[in-house]
Design a protein. Structure first.
Length: 411
């Protein structure tokens, strides 16, 4: 078995995902992804003729993001006609899964050079625009398992773990502070590129648009709970409230205290990312120097109503595969879908918090669903190199109770 090496990673800035207001909202997502593919090839110097496949994560595959956006963006980017493209959906883990699938093709020895990545224009294709709903869609599944919205699951996790609103707000304020410091020091500069208007060439966005580094825990404390009214008043299929449905599976939890807000949950943004993965044979043939190798990958699923607690066991599965322990990981990227997710993962695995999300996370920067996992892999690699460290683990919570993990080792 060969190694799967990472030769480069790029991403767009994250633009606010508000229709007509975010800096990237005027761009078709095919254009956003096409510029990302072009940038990846430009910075790595890889020969596009040698690409075996392009694998792209995208969650809302409808409208402008339908019709296999991966292949459409490959064509739009001007890549050779023989380069194929496929679009996948593992909910929030889609971009990370795309990179993992790229690595699997290389590890299997059937491919030499693959691009994995993701795209999501949340300003143009909002959550739910694919019409699938959040509860499994089909009535027969609803009768077996009714999946409540993730925000209610996040509040349920906090209730069961005894994590208070003050802890969540403190974590969120720290995410904003760290992201602000990272931007001020240009820590994202190696991966980040300026997105341009395709008609005029003018720069549309060259820095992340979502962070608010002036945020404090005190200002966050003034925000209303985001999911309290939904939990109490929106009925499920049998007339029970969403809170009541969530609590049925956990009779030892007397109530859900709604503690997540717009300020301690991930931001809605637009963005795209791409990672170049190849074999040792490609490295020798091309003369390109790999930056890291993908040492282990894992996915698994936990309970689908609680939903957000799988990053810890997915990470344990990847660590076991690599013959490593929690203490062997220098840097952790735990996606901040909600503040409770990294806090629960840190607690469950006994991770040193100073190693987690050192440049902030999705609470500050935003979470472009299908692209975030690929973005985090690039962020982790850049920071390993900046600090002269060796290993990073990227993990995300995913709808349906799933979790995903990838271990990078710097070359």
């Amino acid at each position: 078995m060969t190694n799967a090496y990472v030769f480069g990673a790029v991403r767009t800035p994250r633009g606010r995902g508000r229709a007509g207001k975010g800096a990237l909202s005027q761009l078709h997502p095919q254009e956003l992804l096409a510029q990302t593919l072009q940038q990846l090839l430009a910075v790595t110097g890889a020969d596009a003729q040698q690409i075996d496949d392009v694998i792209i994560g995208c969650v809302s595959q409808a409208g402008e993001q339908g019709g296999n956006i991966a292949k459409n963006a490959v064509m739009h980017a001007g890549l050779p006609q023989h380069v194929a493209g496929v679009t996948l959906n593992r909910f929030c883990g889609s971009g990370q899964q795309a990179v993992n699938f790229a690595a699997m093709g290389v590890l299997a020895g059937v491919q030499d050079l693959v691009i994995g990545g993701g795209v999501e224009s949340m300003s143009r294709q909002p959550i739910g625009s694919d019409g699938a709903g959040i509860d499994g869609n089909h009535e027969n599944l609803r009768k077996k398992i009714f999946q409540v919205p993730q925000g209610i699951s996040a509040d349920l996790v906090a209730a069961r773990e005894g994590i208070r609103r003050e802890e969540l707000d403190a974590f969120a304020a720290d995410s904003q502070r760290k992201a602000g410091a990272a931007m001020a020091e240009n820590r994202f500069g190696r991966s980040l590129f300026a997105v341009r208007d395709p008609a005029t060439g003018a720069v549309l966005l060259d820095r992340d648009e979502n962070p608010r580094p002036e945020t404090t825990a005190e200002s966050l404390a003034k925000l209303p709970a985001a999911f309290e009214a939904m939990g109490a008043h929106v009925p499920g299929p049998d007339g029970a409230s969403l809170d009541q449905i969530a609590l049925r599976n956990y009779p030892d939890t007397p109530a859900i205290a709604h503690v997540h807000t717009a300020g301690n949950s991930s931001g809605i943004v637009d963005g795209a990312a791409a990672v170049l993965v190849g074999s040792q044979a490609f490295a020798q043939r091309s003369g390109l120097r790999p930056r890291a190798r993908i040492r282990a990958m894992a996915v698994l699923a936990a309970e689908p109503v609680l939903m957000l607690t799988a990053p810890a066991p997915a990470s344990q599965k990847a660590l076991k595969q690599a013959g490593m322990s929690v203490g062997d990981i220098d840097l952790w990227e735990i996606n901040e879908a909600f503040a409770v997710v990294p806090l629960e993962t840190i607690r469950r695995l006994n991770i040193d918090p100073s190693r987690v999300n050192v440049n902030g996370g999705a609470i500050a920067l935003g979470h472009p669903l299908g692209a975030t996992g690929a973005m985090l892999l690039g962020t982790a690699l850049d920071e390993l190199e900046r600090r002269g460290l060796a290993t990073a683990l990227v993990t995300m919570c995913i709808g349906g109770g799933q979790g995903i993990a990838t271990i990078l080792e710097r070359v």
